[in-house]
Design a protein around this ligand. Structure first.
Ligand SMILES: Nc1ncnc2c1ncn2[C@@H]1O[C@H](COP(=O)(O)OP(=O)(O)OP(=O)(O)O)[C@@H](O)[C@H]1O
Length: 345
C-alpha cells in the first residue's frame, strides 16, 4: 500500500495570553491510498491543529509531514492540486446561489464549468442549486464546501468534522459520499467525534488524545485489540450509580447504557465481581461486551464524545489498600498507563 499522508512526531505549542499550550506532542499518523481514514479524538485533542499544519495553514514547531511522498509544507505548491480540503469554516458570498458559487470557484481554479452540476448532484444540493447561499442551513453550507473541495477531482480529500450541522439523513449521505469517493480511488481523511458513523464508514482510524496518537490501524484491528477488555454488568437499578463510582475509582472505565454498565479496562471479569462485592454490591449478570469504537475511544481517551472524562483520577494511589489492579492481580499501571503502553504514545 502507498501512504498518501505521513505525519511523524508533529509538535505544536500555542501561546495564549503569555502562556504556552502544547496542542501536539509528537503526533504520528499514516493514511494509506484509497482509504476512508477516520481521525478521532475528544474536543481539544489536536485534530484541527494537525489538519491545519498539514495544509500549511499554521506552522508546526517540529516533526515531519509528507503528502504523496513529498515533504510539506515545502512541497505544498506541487501537491496542492491533488488535494481538496474543508478545514476552516466555509465562508461564501451570501448573495450568490450555490451554483454561482461553484462556478466562480471552478473558474478561479481552471476547472471545466461542466463539473459544477455533477458536484452539486454528488453532495445532494442539485435541487437547491439556484437558491442563494444565505438561505442555506449550516448543513447545506457544509455540503457546498465539500462540493467545492471536490471540484478539481482531488486524489486526497481532507474534511474536518464533515458531519457538523448535518441532520441524521445528511450524515448518512455524507458517509455514503465518502465511501463512494474511496471506492472510486480517492483517499478520504476526515476528523470526527461521531464514532458510530466513523465505525461504519472507515477502513482505518487514528485516535488522538492530548496531542498524541493513542491508537491506529484498520477498524477491526483497533476493535479486536480491545475486545477482551470490556464486560457488560447488570445490577439492581439503585446500585448502578454506586457500582459505577466504585469501578471508576478502582481504575476501570464505565459507561451506563440503559439498565447496565459497560465496564472497560477489565482483563479478568472476576475482578469486577471482586471489586463490587468488596463494597457490598452484587451483580445480577456479567457478559463479555461486544466492543464498538465508542468504547475503545472512551477507554483510550478517557472521554466520551459528548461528555466529560468518565475515568476518575483513578491511579494506584486512589485504590484502597489490598484492592487488586484493574482487571487482574498482576497488572502494572493504571488505565491510562495501560492505554499508553499498548499503543504508541
Ligand atoms: N489559535 C490557537 N491559539 C491557542 N490555542 C489554540 C489555538 N487553536 C487551538 N488551540 C488549542 O489547542 C488544542 C487543540 O485544539 P484543536 O482545535 O486542534 O483540537 P480539536 O481536536 O480539533 O478539537 P475540536 O474537536 O473541539 O475541534 C486545544 O486545547 C485548543 O484550545
Amino acid at each position: 500500500m502507498t501512504a498518501v499522508v505521513e505525519i511523524d512526531g508533529l509538535l505544536k505549542t500555542y501561546r495564549r495570553r503569555g502562556r504556552r499550550h502544547r496542542a501536539l506532542a509528537g503526533f504520528t499518523m499514516t493514511v494509506e491510498q484509497g482509504q476512508v481514514h477516520g481521525f478521532l479524538g475528544p474536543n481539544g485533542s489536536g485534530k484541527t491543529t494537525t489538519l491545519r499544519a498539514l495544509l500549511g495553514l499554521i506552522q508546526a514547531d517540529g516533526g515531519a509531514m509528507r503528502m504523496f511522498g513529498r515533504l510539506v509544507p515545502g512541497a505544498l505548491p506541487d501537491v496542492v492540486g491533488r488535494v481538496g480540503a474543508v478545514v476552516e469554516n466555509p465562508r461564501f458570498f451570501p448573495g450568490f446561489t450555490g451554483r454561482d458559487t461553484l462556478r466562480l470557484l471552478a473558474d478561479a481554479g481552471g476547472v471545466p464549468p461542466g463539473r459544477v452540476d455533477a458536484k452539486l448532484e454528488l453532495v445532494g444540493l442539485a435541487d437547491r442549486a439556484r437558491d442563494r447561499v444565505r438561505t442555506y442551513s449550516l448543513g447545506m453550507r457544509q455540503r457546498l464546501a465539500v462540493a467545492s473541495a471536490l471540484l478539481k477531482d482531488p486524489e486526497l480529500v481532507i474534511l474536518d468534522e464533515p458531519a457538523n450541522g448535518l441532520d441524521p439523513a445528511g450524515i448518512r449521505e455524507m458517509r455514503q459520499l465518502m465511501r463512494d469517493l474511496a471506492d472510486g480511488g480517492t483517499t478520504v481523511l476526515f476528523s470526527s467525534h461521531l464514532l458510530a458513523e466513523v465505525q461504519q464508514v472507515c477502513d482505518a482510524v487514528t485516535i488522538i488524545a492530548g496531542g498524541r496518537r493513542v491508537a491506529a490501524g484498520p477498524v477491526e484491528d483497533v476493535l479486536a485489540s480491545h475486545t477482551e477488555d470490556a464486560v457488560r454488568v447488570r445490577l439492581a437499578a439503585g446500585e448502578l450509580a454506586p457500582a459505577a463510582q466504585v469501578l471508576v475509582r478502582a481504575g476501570a472505565t464505565v459507561r451506563q447504557e440503559g439498565g447496565h454498565l459497560l465496564v472497560g479496562n477489565v482483563q479478568r471479569p472476576a475482578w469486577v465481581t471482586y471489586v463490587l462485592a468488596e463494597h457490598g454490591l452484587f451483580l445480577e449478570e456479567l457478559v463479555p461486551a461486544k466492543v464498538d469504537l465508542e468504547s475503545v475511544f472512551l477507554a483510550l481517551t478517557g472521554a466520551g464524545p459528548d461528555g466529560p472524562p468518565a475515568r476518575a483520577a483513578g491511579g494506584p494511589a486512589d485504590r484502597r489498600a489490598g484492592e487488586p489492579e484493574p482487571g487482574s492481580g498482576d497488572r502494572d499501571g493504571d488505565a491510562a498507563d495501560r492505554a499508553r503502553a499498548e499503543v504508541d504514545a
